[in-house]
Every structure is written in structure tokens, then in C-alpha cells.
Design a protein around this ligand. Sequence first.
Ligand SMILES: Cc1cc2nc3c(=O)[nH]c(=O)nc-3n(C[C@H](O)[C@H](O)[C@H](O)COP(=O)(O)OP(=O)(O)OC[C@H]3O[C@@H](n4cnc5c(N)ncnc54)[C@H](O)[C@@H]3O)c2cc1C
Length: 321
Amino acid sequence: MINLHISTSSSENTTDIYDVIIVGSGPAGMTAAIYTGRSLLKTLLLEKIGSGGQAALTELIENYPGFPHGINGYELSQRMEEQAKNFGASFEYADVQKITRDDQGLFHVHTESREFLSKTVIIATGASPKKLGIPNEEKFIGRGISFCATCDASFYRDKVVAVIGGGDSAVEEGMYLTKFAKKVYLIHRRDQLRAAKIVQERAFKTPGMEFIWNTIVEEVKGENFLEAIKLKNVKTGETSWLEVNGMFLYIGLYPNTSFLEGVNCDEQGYILTDEMMRTNIPGLFAAGDCRHTPLRQVITAASDGAIAAYAVEKYLEEIKG
Ligand SMILES: Cc1cc2nc3c(=O)[nH]c(=O)nc-3n(C[C@H](O)[C@H](O)[C@H](O)COP(=O)(O)OP(=O)(O)OC[C@H]3O[C@@H](n4cnc5c(N)ncnc54)[C@H](O)[C@@H]3O)c2cc1C
């Protein structure tokens, strides 16, 4: 269990008891806040970086209903935040480091600087991009290695970049990069993409995009900025250096759940819930990409957030009753 009987609260904090604290303001957290705010629950949303999570880093979201020509991820995130605030949800920037529960059943949400109290908590901390785990990688993060084409594409005007991965994100962000870079190599460890067929078709027709199959990146090098990446063909074992100015990684995600204790997760760390987004701890819910789920998208995160908010309302009615 989640440190159920540990009480570390100080009395100064007890005046502010929230009905629900939502950790993470991606689409899951913000949708939950829209619903709990609209239900007049005292809602606090804690976010460590910036509203929108991964969605805010996406140049164009084409598959979220209601936007026939797609919508920029940052703009969609801003709209969600405004909507949640309109319904009375409070936002604070804070990195949640631990969650405990006292003997009265109240959750204590610990951040770097203070502790917040709540009757319920929704974990909506999403997921973060995986790194390659190769020599020199850390040295070049922010100096040629990036995880966000929307944020960094303009630095690579008329330059050469590599995109690593074969899923929707890799292919879509790769196509976006062709608007800036003079050449985009899409490097994938298999001989075919995982991206949706319609996305693949578009990518194969995109000028300036070249595909390198059955290949992984083994090493990176450069002086102050990335200059070249070492490729290995997994079929032949052949290695070669490719000169690039930038490398964008879209090789998968890991869940932001390591700060939790006592919450049941799958072997990769994704939180296990039932269909009401309930975790194994009463009053603690999870929504979105941090959850064990078959699909991780804006629409599914939003849907989880709505269900979690509904479940919070039911739970609060039960404990009141
Ligand atoms: C490049 C890319 C392109 C994508 N394209 C699409 C697309 O076209 N269509 C689509 O539907 N989906 C797309 N997705 C997926 C979509 O963005 C995610 O499924 C969605 O954002 C998940 O929402 P979430 O709220 O669960 O988590 P996230 O968006 O990951 O948000 C989680 C939030 O929690 C915060 N957080 C984490 N830990 C803590 C902590 N300890 N304390 C406080 N805050 C914390 C994070 O800073 C983050 O803001 C894309 C993703 C990427 C990376």
C-alpha cells in the first residue's frame, strides 16, 4: 500500500484540503480538471514543466475530433487549460515527488517546497521519451539530440537531420522536419514502419526524406555539437558514420511513475487500473499515458481523465455517505 499509515502533515497545511489533486497537466489531467471543476469539486492541478505534456510538443494533431484540418498541439493544450480554469480548477507549478496517506485517509502530495492535502488524487503524469543509451548521448542532448521537432526544428534550417524510430510520431515529426532541414534520414531498426498506412504513404512521397532500414545508432560524436552518428545494419553487421547536424529520437516511452510507492503497476511501470481508473489504493486514480492501456493518444488520455473525474465524484459521495 501507499505508506497508508504515515502522517507527515503539518497543521499549517490542513486548512487547504482539496477534493482532488491532479498530478500532471497533459490532456488526461486537464480533462479531469475540466470535469471535476465543472462538478464544483475543489480541484488543484500540479504540473512540473508546462501544460499540455507531450501533446503540447506535437506540431499537428490530426486525429482529435472536431478539428477537420488538425490543430497545433500547443494551441489545443492552451485551450484545455483555459477551459479547466474557467471551471474553477487551480493550477500550480510543482514537481510531485511523493504521495503518502495519513491515518484519516487524506492524501499528502509532497513537492519540492511544500505539501498539499487532498481527499483524492488522480495521477496523470504521462510518459517520457526513451533515450538510446549509447556512448556520448547525454553530452549531445540539447546540442544536436532532441525529442521535440516542434520545439527545435527551426534550428535545423538547411541542415541534415536523422529521425530515429518507425512509429507515427517518428514519421509525422520527420515529415514536419523536411520543412526546415534540407535532408531528413529516417532510420528504423526494422524493414518496415509501424506508423499508420496513410501516414506512411505520405512520408514515402515527401521530398527530402530518405529511409534507412534495418539500422540502429551505436554511437554519436562531435566537438560541441553533434556532427555524426555511427550506424549499424542489424542484418549485415556493417557499420558506417553518417554526418548529421541533428538527431530526433522517437523510439518509445517510459511511464512517469517512479515517484509512486505501493501502487500496482505492470512490468514496465504503467499503472494498473480498473475501468473506473481506480488503482489498488482507494481514493487514488490514474489516467492517460501513465496507465496500462492499449492506446496512448490525446483522445484516450482525455477519455481516461473524464472517467477518473467521474470516479472521484462517486468515491467522494461514498465516503461522505
Ligand atoms: C511527438 C509526439 C507526437 C504525438 N502525436 C499525437 C497525435 O498526432 N495524436 C494523438 O492523439 N496523440 C499524439 N501523441 C500522443 C499524445 O501526445 C499523448 O498520448 C498524450 O499527450 C498523453 O496525455 P497524458 O495527459 O496522459 O500525458 P502527458 O501528455 O505525457 O502529460 C503528462 C504531464 O505530467 C507532467 N508530470 C509528469 N510527472 C510529474 C510530476 N512528478 N509532478 C508534476 N507533473 C508531472 C508532465 O510534465 C506532463 O506535462 C504524440 C506524442 C508525441 C510525443
